[in-house]
Design a protein around this ligand. Structure first.
Ligand SMILES: C[S@@+](CC[C@H](N)C(=O)[O-])C[C@H]1O[C@@H](n2cnc3c(N)ncnc32)[C@H](O)[C@@H]1O
Length: 267
């Protein structure tokens, strides 16, 4: 896949564009592309845009759906919070979101008080996330939440393998996994939300089975896999528990059940 160019027409933001280009190895171009997909840094935010008729895609933690979630969200009773184990928890888990995407799930968990490390391998998604985080860190209504979110640009399979070698207390409690599957459910859902550009640029995640393995080896409490309600589970280890929702399902892999030997001393 060709690298996605980054264009900035705002003279006041050229330095920021240069920093984004070098941090995420994006080619900075002097002219607005005339076809394909590109990232454009405007006066307000960074967007993924295209010459075709798709809407612009960006990550957002301050306004719109994120504001609604922050103000009216279902608290620890909402499905993603239950899946991660927040309901009734005394201590909040340290969460790694291994497939951060545009950060929607990470944001919900950070809003509920979790510290979330967001791993993202796509330079486009990672740049969109970095821009949204920077805006959230400047806004008084989101700065505390943004302070609990850390972005790491890289492949989660490698990053989690390093974590698995650390002592138990240094490893993440929960690893959250939401890959882009080559199935139709998520594609049509993404298409409805005007996310075709994101889908096209990121592509399918064909290595989810390796990612699940790496997540199980690194997590100390559980791995949570988010799937469309009727989607197939990730190949390999079977989920210990399945939480069904209306459109989304969470497959839980409980470490104590999968690796009881790790808990022998603690019991
Ligand atoms: C379906 S999206 C995640 C959406 C996200 N849960 C949200 O709320 O916005 C999947 C993302 O995971 C990323 N991804 C998949 N496998 C990865 C890996 N091994 N390492 C890092 N990122 C990965 C993809 O680049 C893509 O951006």
């Amino acid at each position: 896949m060709h690298p996605t160019p980054l264009y900035c027409a705002e003279s006041a933001r050229r330095d920021t564009a240069g920093q984004l280009a070098s941090r995420f190895a994006l080619p900075l171009v002097a002219q607005r592309p005339t076809d394909g997909y590109w990232l454009e840094l405007g006066p307000e935010r960074l967007e993924l845009v295209t010459s075709a008729k798709h809407g612009a895609v960006y990550a957002e933690f301050v306004e719109g759906a994120a504001r609604h979630r922050r103000e009216q969200g279902g608290g620890r009773g909402q499905p993603v919070a239950k899946a991660v184990g927040l309901k009734g928890a005394k201590d909040l888990p340290r969460v790694v979101d291994a497939t951060a995407g545009l950060g929607g799930d990470s944001f919900v968990l950070a809003t509920l008080g979790c510290h979330v490390t967001m791993l993202e391998r796509s330079p486009v998604a990672a740049a969109l996330l970095a821009d949204a985080l920077e805006r959230a860190a400047r806004d008084p209504s989101t700065q505390d939440i943004a302070a609990r979110m850390t972005l790491v640009h890289g492949n989660a399979i490698d990053w989690l393998a390093q974590q698995a070698a650390l002592p138990r207390e240094a490893r993440p409690d929960v690893v959250f996994v939401d890959p882009m599957f080559p199935d139709t459910d998520k594609k049509s859902a993404a298409a409805k939300k005007g996310m075709q550009a994101f889908q096209h640029v990121i592509g399918d995640d064909l290595d989810s089975a390796q990612l699940l393995e790496a997540a199980i080896a690194a997590a100390t409490v559980r791995v949570v896999v988010k799937r469309p309600q009727r989607g197939v589970p990730i190949e390999g280890v079977k989920p210990s528990v399945v939480l069904d929702g209306k459109s989304t399902r969470f497959d839980l892999y409980i470490i104590k059940a999968l690796r009881p030997q790790d808990f022998a001393d603690a019991d």
